[in-house]
Write a protein that binds this ligand. Sequence first.
Ligand code: ATP
Ligand code: MG
Length: 567
Amino acid sequence: MSATESEGSTRRLNFIEQEIEKDLQGRFAGRKLKTRFPPEPNGYLHIGHAKSICLNFGLAKKYGGTCNLRFDDTNPSKEEQEYVDAIQDDVRWLGFQWDELHYASDYFEQLYAWAIELIRKGLAYVCDLTPEQIREYRGTLTSPGKNSPYRDRPVEENLDLFARMRAGEFPDGSRTLRAKIDMASPNLNLRDPVMYRVLHASHHRTGDTWCIYPMYDWAHGQSDSIEGITHSICTLEFEDHRPLYDWFCEALGIFHPRQIEFARLNLTYTVMSKRKLLQLVKEGHVAGWDDPRMPTIRGLRRRGYTPESIRDFCERIGVAKFNSTIDVGVLENSVRDHLNQTAQRAMVVMNPIKLVLTNYPTDQVEMVEAVNNPEDPAAGTRQVPFSRELLIERDDFMEDAPRKFFRLKPGGEVRLRYAYIIRCEEVIKDPATGQVIELRCTYDPATRSGSGTAQRKVKGIIHWVSAAHAVDVPVRLYDRLFQCENPDQAPPGGTFLDNLNPDSLQEVVAKAEPALAESQPGQRFQFERTGYFVADEVDSQPGRPVFNRTVALRDSWAKLQAKGKVN
Ligand code: ATP
Ligand code: MG
């Protein structure tokens, strides 16, 4: 399926769209669809977040509604401004613009007032149990919980203690405010959940104003309600929290958004939890959050992924009600498809061997015309210098070649892309090592590409660069960061780090056609017959680009897998 086919398609409505269409006629009749993307600013966004972003912003666009960006910053100790800035940048880079920008911390005062309202209604109480005791009293899935001895505190005492919690009179962990629901509920989330904890910590926005902080369940739905969000779309682990989401809105009698859950994205060969990604960065297994091997938006961007390819990927995989794992090859195919349409071609030799055309005039240089993108005639052509001494890929020559080897072999013919058919006449070896160091060939002047004369055909076409004109370009050949399909599954006695692929980065200095020296940081190419590459946005210098491999031209892992060489 191509990007255009999937984007403008008349595919069947997914389950979320079906529910939204019903609600816009029913419980939200007369309202516009309003969604939000609610990241916690405690790390960089990853491809899983991209799925949530595409879904929330995509639905708003489809139904003529709006989508907010809201920082879910209720957990002061792990949150930082650096992440807030990076998240905004990444959402924009993906191609989306939020309607309103909010912070859950902007609602702290309102949440506090609502908590007092629940205390007054007899629906919340201050509890002096320690966190361990709270856990103990909660019971299990098979046994009911026990009421806290503080559950029936008089309203006045609760109001007084809650005010003093806010005033900073009590140490961390000493008291909580809890909703009074049902300690025997089969749903553990309804067994008097904690709404506030005492935490003397500085917050990235509110500073030291607060020493009590709301829990996720108490802040999230109320924030949605304040903003008039109609559909609060979240991942499946919150399904069991929905009754609590609904209870709080009902208890307060405020606008009641609808929570809908979908399956989170998991990818093969990838870890997605922020905690693990942070560990990779902190322990130096990768160069940073934007390391091109990271599944972060930053990493994918530096790797050469386009926003279009990521959006296309999210559209291709759709939304599901059950968790599953998507083959990372689907993501790689999305970027291949987009870059095939858009990336400028270039000839680059990764591992060169010298090739001399013995019948080509010594000082002659001619320019041959190369096609910039066969998928896009408007991309035009460029001139590439051709001369007597060339470099080709060492792999494109084989001395004892099997019959089906259609590249260069002793006595064999091959076409040099955009140039001539050549024949390999002599193989020169280093007498000391026996290694092939030079191929002496002849060219057939009548076979120049595009010359219009009746052409002989040969099976193989290889790329090349002119030795005297080639420029050295550092190239980073990135591969998958993990070597097994499910890296979260640690080997016995080990951790997910034991699954790291030791060969995920290989650095070479390649020989490129001269125009490549002028590439702009972020410019993307197809190196013919090799793969897709991007001029690194961080390490490239004017006139000295450094290239990152986005993805090989074909999926070499699928091939290895078929042969049983990797699992
Ligand atoms: P992680 O588990 O990686 O730390 P998180 O869920 O804690 O992620 P948040 O910042 O809370 O990260 O997520 C913001 C939004 O992105 C939430 O609505 C969350 O459901 C969604 N999201 C996070 N990870 C995924 C994923 N893998 N697939 C789909 N949506 C995701
Ligand atoms: Mg979270």
